[in-house]
Design a protein around this ligand. Structure first.
Ligand SMILES: [Zn+2]
Ligand SMILES: [Zn+2]
Ligand SMILES: [Zn+2]
Ligand SMILES: [Zn+2]
Length: 345
């Protein structure tokens, strides 16, 4: 953990003078945080070949450790606490960028327009990587990293300072934003870069929003904060996020209550067993967090995944999104299928 925080701090320090090392250290930090989470399960899990794990060698640091994808696979299988698709995609993108930095000279150095553009891109990528990382450390993985809450907050502050360098880009968008607003768009503070350039369609809405400044795009829900003392227009990118204005902590149940209050849920007939009001989520694995929207899509109030269909698992008969074709053998997000059942026997 100490190394991970150290690398993150260095990445911030080095951004301007040594962007190449900033990119390398940023990714190293991410990988270390994922491994730190894996280490909380069991030390042998971060060794590339757990069956050959040797504790004495491990303590000396004399071992080959797993990479990001493998670490995530183990976290998912062993602890059911892996990365969401969007998180893995983001972290893996940073890994690829790190690899390119090691092998090629860096375009972000210099004072020309190309360098400025490249620098904006790095700042935007790091803001997004930090958004997902912080969401893990202070959210889903909170219990494992609670002792580091102060360090995480201090780094959050430093990352936000770094992101302010995008202001020049944001100011250039003033006219575009005014035009889009005149055409009916709404803009909110971007969860990643913080500028008021995250475009959404409605003040109470579910959909994919996009930031004109940093390019961050995510499935979000916009709402008026349900804390009556706050009631500010806010945006959530997941069911366990908190209000940026008053820090009210949301839950998937509260997200569902907001949808219900604004008539965004499709009415279901409780007498009809086929007309489901809840299903489980194959994206994040949560139980019964998927609800039908009035536009006939299915929405997960935990990970905010939107899907056109739900399916029934041939093994456990439960309904969820992303049911695999071979569900009898492989199971769904809520069961292990016949293969897992036989393994248990
Ligand atoms: Zn942004
Ligand atoms: Zn609030
Ligand atoms: Zn989900
Ligand atoms: Zn199942």
């Amino acid at each position: 953990m100490r190394n991970a925080f150290d690398f993150l701090g260095r990445s911030i320090d080095e951004l301007e003078q040594h962007p190449k090392y900033s990119v390398i250290h940023f990714y190293s930090a991410i990988e270390l945080f994922v491994k730190a989470r894996l280490l909380k399960e069991h030390w042998t899990l971060i060794v590339a070949k757990p069956d050959q794990a040797d504790k004495a060698k491990f303590q000396r640091g004399d071992f080959q450790s797993v990479g990001l994808k493998e670490a995530n696979e183990r976290l998912t299988k062993v602890a059911s606490d892996g990365l969401l698709d969007e998180e893995l995609k983001c972290f893996d993108g940073l890994r690829q960028e790190r690899n390119q930095m090691v092998h090629f000279a860096h375009a972000a150095q210099g004072d020309d327009a190309v360098a400025a553009k490249e620098m904006d891109r790095i700042v935007s990528d790091h803001a997004k990587g930090w958004l997902y990382l912080r969401r893990l450390l202070a959210g889903r993985w909170k219990e494992h990293f609670a002792a580091h809450a102060d360090t995480i907050n201090a780094l959050d502050h430093r990352m936000r300072e770094q992101t302010k360098s995008l202001e020049r880009k944001f100011l250039l968008l003033t006219d575009d934003i005014a035009t889009a607003m005149a055409a009916g768009s709404h803009f909110m503070a971007c969860p990643s870069c913080g500028f008021e350039s995250f475009e959404v369609e409605q003040p109470v809405w579910i959909g994919v929003g996009k930031c004109l400044t940093c390019g961050f795009s995510s499935s979000v829900m916009t709402l008026e904060c349900m804390n009556k003392a706050c009631a500010q227009p806010i945006l959530l990118a997941g069911g366990y996020e908190w209000c940026a204005e008053c820090a009210h902590e949301y839950t998937p149940e509260q997200v569902e209550a907001v949808l219900e209050e604004h008539d965004l849920l499709r009415a279901t007939d409780y007498k009809d067993p086929e007309d489901l009001a809840h299903a489980s989520c194959g994206n994040c694995g949560s139980y019964e967090t998927v609800v039908p929207l009035e536009n006939d899509e299915w929405f997960c109030t935990d990970c905010f995944d939107v899907e056109a269909y739900i399916g029934q698992c041939d093994w456990c008969t439960g309904y969820s999104t992303h049911v695999p074709e071979e569900s009898y053998a492989l199971g769904c997000s809520q069961c292990e299928g016949r293969v897992g059942h036989e393994k248990d026997d």
